[in-house]
Design a protein around this ligand. Structure first.
Ligand SMILES: [Zn+2]
Length: 268
């Protein structure tokens, strides 16, 4: 019988304690200016909660040597360039981060505004009030999605399936954004190089071609033959366009077809 009494006393104590702590929490919720300001801020900031928090990319390689040489960053790069959803996610995360920066600054400037005098009238100790207020505050402070993980995996299985090889790397959103900047620069450089080559080729006009042939005495600069020897003369870039050569007279010379072929794109 005494056990039952102990259980009853314990239960009643727990119930009473719960009621008291609920009542105290209610008092703090109703009177805390800091808490009210937090709720106001929360309603003002619309964070995006529909962000994909993990991406998994996989590549299966056709041989062991290709597997060994494969760098997982290439798989990330490939998806940065082709997976529009991944880039959409990184934009959403950036937006959340910018918003959160602003939100945190405002949140961190909030301070308890309760005075010891006021807590006396609420029949709660000042220390207890502050403790409850802090607890409520950290519970209701928004923690938005600020990052995600990109898992890249490369695999290789030997033909008879005897051996399986596997390597993996995890990337975070900052790496994605860094790689994106690097890749954009590379693409821009490639495009400007294409433009340079196109320009260099278009600068080779009939007029310029004739002036070079004339300057070189209508003779191949290597073998010395002329049109009278039954060969065709070309105007050649000494430093090829592909290797950065410009279409300017000091980079041009007359060559016969045979010498030109022998030279191709090599710099002598
Ligand atoms: Zn020649």
């Amino acid at each position: 019988m005494p056990e039952v009494i102990v259980i009853i006393i314990l239960s009643v104590t727990i119930i009473v304690c719960t009621i008291i702590s609920r009542k105290r929490r209610k008092i703090v919720q109703d009177t805390s200016v800091m808490f009210k300001k937090l709720l106001e801020l929360n309603s003002k900031y619309n964070f995006n909660w529909n962000i994909q928090q993990q991406y998994t990319f996989q590549i299966s390689l056709p041989s062991k040597s290709k597997f060994d040489r494969y760098e997982l960053i290439h798989l990330l790069d490939k998806n940065i360039l082709n997976n529009s959803k991944l880039m959409q996610t990184s934009k959403e995360i950036e937006n959340n981060r910018n918003l959160y920066k602003e939100y945190s600054t405002k949140i961190n400037s909030l301070k308890s505004e309760i005075t010891e005098e006021q807590t006396k009238t609420l029949h709660i100790s000042y220390a207890k009030y502050i403790k409850i207020e802090q607890k409520l505050f950290s519970k209701l402070k928004i923690n938005p999605i600020l990052d995600n993980t990109i898992v890249c995996t490369a695999t290789y299985s030997s033909p008879k399936g005897r051996n399986h090889y596997f390597k993996t790397a995890n990337y975070k959103m900052d790496q994605v954004l860094r790689r994106y900047t690097i890749l954009q620069l590379q693409i821009a450089n490639q495009n400007s190089e294409k433009m340079r080559k196109k320009r260099a080729r278009s600068q080779m006009t009939d007029k310029l071609r004739y002036s070079i042939l004339k300057r070189d005495g209508f003779k191949c600069k290597i073998c010395g033959r002329t049109a009278e020897d039954g060969i065709k003369l070309h105007v050649d870039h000494i430093v090829p366009v592909a290797k950065g050569g410009e279409t300017v007279s000091n980079n041009l010379r007359t060559l016969c077809e045979t010498c030109n072929r022998g030279k191709s794109d090599e710099i002598e």
